[in-house]
Ligand binder design. Sequence first.
Ligand SMILES: Cc1cc2nc3c(=O)[nH]c(=O)nc-3n(C[C@H](O)[C@H](O)[C@H](O)COP(=O)(O)OP(=O)(O)OC[C@H]3O[C@@H](n4cnc5c(N)ncnc54)[C@H](O)[C@@H]3O)c2cc1C
Length: 406
Amino acid sequence: MHKKKNIVILGAGYGGIMTTKKLQKMLRGHEAEITLVNINDYHYQATWLHENAAGTLHHDRSRVDIKDVIDLDKVNFIKDRVLCIKPEKKTVKLERQEIGYDILVVALGFEAATFGIPGLEEHAFTISDINSARLLREHLEYNFALYHNEREKNSARLNIVVGGGGFTGIEYIGELANRIPRLCEEYDIEKSQVRMINLEATPSILPNFDQQLIEYATNSLEARGVEFITGAVVKECRPDRIIYEKDGKEEEVPTMTTVWAAGVKANSIVEKAGLETIHGKVEVRKDMRAPEYDEIFVMGDCALIRNPDTGTPYPPTAQIAIQQSSIVAHNVRSLIHGGELKDFKPTPLGTIASLGNNDAVATVFHRYQLRGWKATAAKRLSENRYLLKLGGVSLLMKKGKFNFFY
Ligand SMILES: Cc1cc2nc3c(=O)[nH]c(=O)nc-3n(C[C@H](O)[C@H](O)[C@H](O)COP(=O)(O)OP(=O)(O)OC[C@H]3O[C@@H](n4cnc5c(N)ncnc54)[C@H](O)[C@@H]3O)c2cc1C
């Protein structure tokens, strides 16, 4: 009789939790032992973190208890932090124990990339998990509360600078534009005293969108008080200011709140594991396995996959991580049953950037451009569809977003 295979999945984000869900359905208890390891006992919607960080959506709405969506009679769940992977020994070191595996799925997600810019790591806020989002929300409120309680008024407390005019930076500043008027009312501050500034190094925000949608997004955000400074390369972040270069001149904005949203990289555990990486990511084989290990799958933001037509890597998205989970689960099962391994072929459905609660821009199915409530409704539909897949109707009713038109 064959020994039961030991499958270990690291990370319960989009890729990890959906792979676990699929495997718990596909495999019987006598075929394999499935273990899911995650730092928290909850999964979170990383795509909602900008709302949590602005304070427009409470972080409890973004969290989903793992026990509510995974069958813990079929899956062994370990709440622990992964410290390192040792591929040669086929073990994973956690904070409290070391575990072995026959098949490993690495789905540990992303970290902020600060590109060695002085002071960013120490002084800037990032939006990378529930804890960092909650910290940023509290920090905003604290600075607004402090403003009237200091002898000398410090305008840096009311200047918020978001570094990066890509997807995350724009989605965050859009939420801020919604939150700031409410914060001003609550803390007796004139809205005209608050500055929301977006710094972008390239000449334009939202680089992957069509020019008409970029203009629409810019106008929508400017109308709500956002200032854009494009062609601005961040040079240094200090606790009370951000320094950037524009047109060869050094400029600075006094601020106690710099939010760094200009880059993400794969979880550094992947690189430290000694797996072959390109810019920290594993360029996986077509079947999602690491090049040099037949028993290690790498997925989501930890994996690099190129568009075969252009040779450029696909951007890291929840959409791709979720799509990969079907192939990874199938291929894990094939390794156990000796079946054929399938290739992963992404199906990009579109990109939707929200600009605040009631506005968004979208390109869907490569062709159609949406803006305003239609784009917002499309985003809500895709978010709700994910919740339905993850936890059925009850999770959808508990966490879903049903405000389609406003
Ligand atoms: C603000 C924001 C908005 C976004 N909007 C969109 C969008 O609209 N559409 C879209 O497709 N994508 C969007 N993205 C990108 C998307 O969130 C990521 O691409 C996606 O989360 C990647 O999924 P993943 O499974 O690879 O990792 P993640 O979802 O990041 O999950 C990783 C998991 O690993 C756990 N973990 C990490 N380190 C450890 C450790 N050491 N030990 C144990 N557990 C650990 C984490 O807690 C987490 O549960 C957005 C991202 C952000 C930040």
